[in-house]
Structure formats: C-alpha cells, structure tokens
Design a protein around this ligand. Structure first.
Ligand SMILES: Nc1nc2c(ncn2[C@@H]2O[C@H](COP(=O)(O)OP(=O)(O)OP(=O)(O)O)[C@@H](O)[C@H]2O)c(=O)[nH]1
Ligand SMILES: [Mg+2]
Length: 253
C-alpha cells in the first residue's frame, strides 16, 4: 500500500494506535513495518522495526549542546533530516507493504518545522497518507472539536498529502456521545446547533466563524471512530486507508 504517518496532539493515542493497528494488519496477513519517529519517546506500546532513537539521542544532544529537554527535542527533530538515507535503507530492507510511522508527541516538532515535510518527502516508499487523531474525550466539547478541525486543517496545509481523520479512544465514552461527535463531522448544521447551545459570547462567535472558514476551504473531517484498546473500527479504517492510498486522492476524506 504505502507509508502512513500518524499525527495528533500530545497524548491523543498515536503510539497505541500505531502498535495496535500494526498488529491487526499482521493478523490480516499484511507485511507491516513500524517506524518510531519520536526521538523523545521513553516507552512505546510496540517494538519498532526502525527506531529514530538509534540515530538521535536526546540525552546526548542535551549534554553536547547545553540544551534543556525542549531545545534538545527541537534540535533532534532537525537532525533526523540528516539521517534520511540510512533510515530509508533500513525501511527498504524490511520489504513491507505498509509502513506505519509514529510521530513525536509534541505535534509541532514534526508538523511545524521544516524537517517534518522534508522527512515525509524523503521517505521513499509511496504512496503516502496521513492520519490525524481527534481524541474523543477532548473533542466532546464543540469548542475543542473546532480547535481540532483547525489544527487538522493546518496539518493538511503543511503536508498536502491524502489525510484521514480518526476519532480515537471511543471505548472511553458512551455510544450517544460518540455518535454526537461523529454527527458533527458529517453534518455542519449539527455542529453549528451544538455550538449555539453549548457556547456563548466570543467563544460561540469564534467557533462558528472558524468552522465556516475551514468549510470554505473545501476540507472535510468525516471522522472514523476507532479504539486502539478493543480494535473497534479498524476494519472500516482500513477500507478508507486503501481507498485514499490507491486513488492518490489529494483531498481529505
Ligand atoms: N482507553 C483507551 N486509551 C487509549 C487509547 N489509545 C491510547 N490510549 C491511552 O492514552 C494514553 C496516551 O496514548 P499514546 O498512544 O501514548 O498517545 P500518543 O499520542 O502517542 O502520546 P505522546 O506520544 O506522548 O504524545 C495512554 O495511556 C494510552 O494507553 C484507546 O483507544 N482507548
Ligand atoms: Mg507517542
């Protein structure tokens, strides 16, 4: 199929999704390689086939350049770009059909520095797609939901590759609440109604205008609900994934 980058805000479930979906694909008899691109990861819920921490050591960078943890993470993200030839070679020896790439906990390290788009371009196994995670517990409030739409649109604007949107951790909320969020993602009138009911003043105005502005860009955010604890939704997700990768569709689903 190709290479898929998993992106989302800190703690949105990127690493567990990477690990659980890789296992699910293996059970479905697909050859999968998992790449950890988070130099700051202390513990991962999977064993990476290719691990950026073997190339860039945040601890050594802190010492060598006299940086704090955040400065070292920023420099690490930039240094990864120099290692792309070796990383590509390592990935190619895996001879996998699907490459899942887990990205740094702090999304801005990957998305909002020059190195992120460079890394995405340089990885040789195509076609490429991106999965943006909406954390269901965070997205329950329409104000947060619209903020997530905004972040996701910003990600699309940085990479311009096919993008899917996933509602993560659905096992943590009851069905009614999950259905409400899914409904917002398919029907903007429903989102507008919830904004009017739940928000007031500047927050209401701002959320409504931002929602409309994103809509005018032609971006869609039809969320695919999944749980990386129960694997619920993985079958549906895989159908959409195959669709965007095989069609080379430039737009979000
Ligand atoms: N119940 C439940 N918990 C989840 C799910 N996905 C992730 N989590 C939990 O959410 C927390 C964060 O998950 P991670 O997969 O580490 O999220 P992340 O986006 O990789 O986090 P950072 O890389 O640290 O930003 C962990 O405690 C996970 O066990 C899910 O589908 N259901
Ligand atoms: Mg992670």
């Amino acid at each position: 199929m190709g290479t898929i980058f998993i992106i989302g805000t800190a703690g949105s479930g990127k690493s567990l999704f990477t690990g659980s979906f890789a296992e699910w694909l293996k059970i479905s008899k697909q050859d999968v390689a998992v790449v950890n691109m988070d130099p700051g990861a202390l513990k991962l819920p999977y064993s990476p086939d290719v691990d950026i921490r073997n190339y860039v050591d945040v601890g050594i960078i802190m010492e060598k350049y006299g940086l704090g943890p955040n400065g070292a993470l920023i420099l690490s993200a930039d240094l990864i770009a120099d290692e792309m030839d070796s990383i590509n070679q390592e990935i190619e020896t895996m001879d996998a059909d699907v490459i899942l790439v887990d990205t740094p906990g702090q999304m801005e390290l990957f998305a909002f520095r020059a190195s992120g788009p460079y890394i995405v371009n340089e990885l040789t196994i195509g076609p490429k797609g991106l999965v943006y995670l909406f954390d269901s517990v965070f997205s329950l409030n329409p104000f947060n939901y619209v903020s997530n739409m905004f972040l996701s649109a910003a990600i699309y604007n940085r990479f311009f590759i096919p993008q899917l949107h996933v509602l993560s951790k659905i096992d943590l909320l009851n069905k009614e609440k999950i259905d409400q969020i899914i409904d917002w993602s398919f029907d903007l009138n429903s989102l507008e109604t919830s904004i009017d009911i739940c928000l007031e003043g500047t927050k209401r105005l701002f959320s409504r205008n931002m929602m409309q502005a994103i809509c005018q860009l032609g971006l869609k955010f039809k969320l695919i609900p999944i749980s990386s604890k129960t694997n619920e939704g993985f079958l549906d997700f895989n159908v959409y994934l195959e669709r965007i990768l095989s069609s080379g569709n430039k737009y979000t689903y």
